[in-house]
Design a binder for this molecule. Structure first.
Ligand SMILES: Nc1ncnc2c1ncn2[C@@H]1O[C@H](COP(=O)(O)OP(=O)(O)OP(=O)(O)O)[C@@H](O)[C@H]1O
Length: 351
């Protein structure tokens, strides 16, 4: 649905040009929800604005729904833009127009008759759950309701693609969830391709199918949301992911944790179970086979795209040789295991 090849964007303000995008290539499939995550200044807004040509690329090619848009201008560009809806962090509604008239606005611009407009707008208000607010003004709506108007307005032109520029960043967590659920619903009902940019990993985890990580104008990593969460490669991706799924270690454990082995001590391990390994009975297996006790200090299971991701921290009580065999055994079974440190054996940790 969207093909981006070698996209570059340099802003030349004064003597210091800023390379906002450096050779970005992405391929976004029809019907998927594709997330683009990055820190502030990574180039996310510039990228999404290039997709509908609100910004002109300095180099590279962008095609949307089979049409190369990077070379279009005038009427051809306006026509191509109708295929690309957009919603914004601050909604960008017209304050002097009612909910109905905001949603009707793009249809009025396209010269549609009053009867046609009423026929199109009414089901859209129903879709976003705002039928009872049709005659209200934006100032009378909550943030979540305003974003619902923004979504209905974007859908009025029947776009093939919906671009979401930090669409939930101004909303509280509960409203964010309801807007994300609405976007997922629209994606499924209409088969709409959605590109969502955010700096919030929980948003990616909640609804995206695939994700690209943007850092300093370059895509440093991309993959399915499950791949990115369970096996992040780039350092920045690891940080984004650990903010969401690695619970901080309990302070009582951090205080006891030492970097080097102790003569009378035990090893603290983090074991990560993903996908098919999440249900394997590895803990009871190693306890029986190697005679090492695993005292669970912390544990949780997350569900990412419906697949389990388990993460437990254990204190391994046993002979060093046997503990090493446990680590090797866990690795041989394709689970991730990491030595977090060592603790004295005298007290048992409580999490
Ligand atoms: N119109 C502009 N003129 C000059 N520089 C710009 C312009 N727009 C963006 N930039 C620069 O391009 C870089 C990328 O900015 P961009 O807004 O795309 O980042 P972002 O990832 O969306 O950040 P944020 O999450 O803070 O919105 C930044 O260094 C920014 O200062």
């Amino acid at each position: 649905m969207i093909e981006i090849e070698g996209l570059q964007k340099t802003f030349s303000a004064g003597d210091n040009p800023t390379a906002a995008l450096k050779d970005v290539s992405l391929s976004i499939k029809q019907g998927e929800i594709f997330g683009i995550i990055g820190r502030s200044g990574a180039g996310k807004s510039t990228l999404v604005r290039c997709i509908n040509l609100l910004e002109r690329p300095s180099a590279g090619r962008i095609s949307v729904n089979g049409r190369e848009i990077s070379s279009l201008s005038g009427a051809a560009l306006r026509e191509a833009r109708r295929e690309i809806g957009m919603i914004f962090q601050h909604f960008n509604l017209l304050s002097s127009r009612t909910v109905f008239d905001n949603v009707a606005f793009p249809l009025e611009l396209a010269g549609r008759s009053k009867a046609e407009i009423a026929r199109e707008v009414t089901p859209l208000l129903d879709l976003v759950g705002l039928t009872d607010k049709r005659d209200r003004y934006p100032s009378e709506l909550s943030g979540g309701q305003k974003q619902r108007v923004g979504i209905a307005r974007a859908l009025a032109s029947k776009p093939a693609v919906l671009l979401c520029d930090e669409a939930t960043s101004a909303l509280d967590p509960e409203t964010t969830k309801s807007i994300l659920a609405l976007l997922r619903d629209i994606n499924r009902k209409l088969g709409l391709t959605i590109v969502l940019i955010t700096h919030e990993m929980p948003v990616i985890k909640e609804i995206c199918d695939r994700v690209a990580v943007l850092d300093q104008g370059s895509v440093v990593e991309q993959g399915t949301v499950f791949e990115i969460f369970t096996a992040p490669q780039a350092e920045i991706t690891r940080r984004f992911v650990s903010d969401v799924i690695d619970r901080p270690l309990p302070s009582m454990l951090i205080e006891r944790l030492q970097a080097t082995p102790l003569t009378q001590g035990n090893v603290v391990l983090r074991i990560v179970f993903t996908g098919p390994t999440a249900n394997s009975p590895i803990i009871s297996e190693v306890v029986q086979r190697y005679g090492v006790l695993l005292n669970i200090l912390q544990g949780n299971v997350e569900y990412i795209q419906g697949a389990p991701y388990g993460n437990i921290v254990v204190e391994a009580v046993g002979q060093p040789q046997a503990v090493q065999e446990v680590i090797d055994h866990i690795r041989d079974n394709n689970l991730r295991v990491e030595v977090l440190g060592h603790v004295a054996d005298a007290h048992r940790a409580v999490a």
